[in-house]
Design a protein around this ligand. Structure first.
Ligand SMILES: Nc1nc2c(ncn2[C@@H]2O[C@H](COP(=O)(O)OP(=O)(O)OP(=O)(O)O)[C@@H](O)[C@H]2O)c(=O)[nH]1
Ligand SMILES: [Mg+2]
Length: 439
């Protein structure tokens, strides 16, 4: 179905903004996100600590019983709130490195990353690697706007003073700049208290030395401009989650990566087979809408689609494309090295290595290894590699990877990139140059 879409963005009186909360493990992400949500939606009920009776704001996001009993986030969780000019989707991501793949899923489609850092500077050394991994994932995942919240300013050793805030700010800047972020992408660095609410919605009286905006103010002011050419492209969305609805069509949720989608539009999904379906309804922030444009987080109710037919990581497209063979694939890729952690012995030809393709995982075998001088080698030793170096590889997939879309980075920067992990650490970001035998 054809439709003129100039109206998609114009019809929205509010703008939509996807905000992901990141930061090292236990820095207070869920508490900050939960407290902000409660301030925006006073009707929400917050659990209280059984002994201290203090509100547990994190419980608004940490909803799994395991998360509540362990006191840590495992999966990513989303919630919605709105202010006078913005519909927010808040995504609270896990900080514990073991759940990094859930963080990657939560981060997908975010326009702003709020980094919650623990002001206790002693911890920065320990969490530098976690922050480097998360910032690298943001940078290569096209998250252009960063907001930093320096949390726990109420800590008894900090007492709302700025010394430790200043230290942590300069450390964070160093890491962010090294990865490639520019100063104007760091929108604000706000001293806060997640438990007490200082500088979340109202300026704190206890930190008069801070002259910048509150968290909500800066989020409301973040500008997100998508290039016209991205808005005009055919609709595309990666399936971030799948919801079975009893006696109704399956809903697939994700963020519109390009183009627009409208009710009754015919769409295609290349899963194990090419599925042709149409959009029965569109949900955005718990409301039904007629059309959605690039950057919006939506749920699409798709006609006659069964949940078992598709996978997280599949792509919903406006145009039918040839089905991609998802096993025995060989690709050439340039790997931008994040950290020199090819364990102790280096990176070898024939070595197996784990990757994350947007929302799915894959294991590769390195068939060819070309060093930064362009020479084919059997091994790259750790001492020869530095952060930011580029290594070229030919990789073959060990098993089929459902979320691989057969797309190079030139064709689509989001689908044509992957993250390489080894022993739980992010060792680099792969950029697909060529697909040797996928179709
Ligand atoms: N004193 C103080 N404690 C805080 C503050 N913010 C969070 N906390 C406490 O820090 C602990 C961890 O908070 P969470 O919000 O669960 O931390 P998180 O970053 O979401 O943790 P993960 O998701 O597991 O990485 C909890 O006990 C919170 O009550 C704060 O501003 N001040
Ligand atoms: Mg958490």
């Amino acid at each position: 179905m054809e439709k003129s879409l100039q109206g998609a963005a114009a019809a929205q009186s509010h703008r939509y903004l996807n905000v992901a909360f990141l930061g090292e493990h236990a820095s207070g992400k869920s508490t900050v996100a939960g407290h902000l949500l409660k301030l925006l939606k006073s009707s929400l009920t917050v659990q209280s600590d059984k002994i201290t009776k203090k509100p547990l704001y994190a419980s608004l996001f940490d909803t799994l019983s395991e998360e509540r009993s362990l006191g840590m986030t495992i999966n990513f969780h989303q919630a919605y709130a709105q202010t006078a000019n913005t519909h927010f989707q808040f995504t609270d991501c896990p900080g514990y490195p073991k759940y990094f793949k859930n963080l990657l899923r939560g981060l997908q489609g975010a326009q702003v990353a709020v980094f919650v850092l623990d002001v206790n500077g002693a911890c920065f050394e320990e969490c530098r690697d976690q922050l480097t991994d998360q910032l690298t994932a943001c940078y290569h995942g096209q998250v252009d706007n960063l907001v930093v919240c320096v949390n726990r300013m109420d800590h008894r050793e900090v007492q709302w003073e700025r010394t430790q805030y200043d230290e942590i700010v300069s450390e964070f800047r160093l890491v962010a700049y090294k990865i490639g972020y520019k100063e104007d992408q760091i929108k604000a660095i706000i001293p806060i208290s997640g438990t007490q609410g200082d500088n979340l919605m109202i300026k704190s009286d206890r930190m008069k030395w801070y002259e910048g905006p509150t968290l909500i103010k800066v989020l409301e002011q973040v500008k997100v401009n998508y290039p016209e050419e991205l808005k005009q492209k055919p609709f595309m969305m990666i399936v971030k989650s799948i919801h079975r609805v009893p006696c109704a069509e399956t809903i697939v949720a994700g963020v519109v990566l390009q183009g627009s989608v409208w009710k009754d539009m015919e769409v295609f999904i290349n899963s194990t087979r090419c599925i042709s379906t149409s959009v029965k309804s569109i949900q955005a922030h718990c409301k039904s809408i007629a059309e959605a444009s690039v950057g919006m987080s939506v749920g699409l109710q798709l006609k006659n689609l069964q949940a078992y037919e598709i996978n997280v990581g599949d792509v919903v497209k406006q145009q039918a494309e040839p089905i991609v063979v998802k096993s025995k694939i060989k690709i050439t890729a340039s790997i931008v090295i994040n950290r020199n952690v090819f364990t102790k012995s280096g990176l070898f030809k024939w070595q197996k290595i784990n990757g994350h393709f947007h929302l799915g995982q894959a294991t590769f075998k390195i068939e060819k290894l070309i060093n930064k001088e362009g020479v084919e080698v059997a091994q790259i030793v750790p001492a020869a590699v530095q952060q930011g170096d580029i290594i070229t590889c030919q990789l073959s997939f060990v098993q089929s990877c459902p979320s691989f879309q057969g797309t190079t980075a030139t064709e689509n920067p989001q689908l044509g990139k992957f993250i390489l992990r080894d022993y739980g650490e992010l060792i680099g970001v792969g950029v697909i140059n060529e697909i040797l035998n996928s179709k």
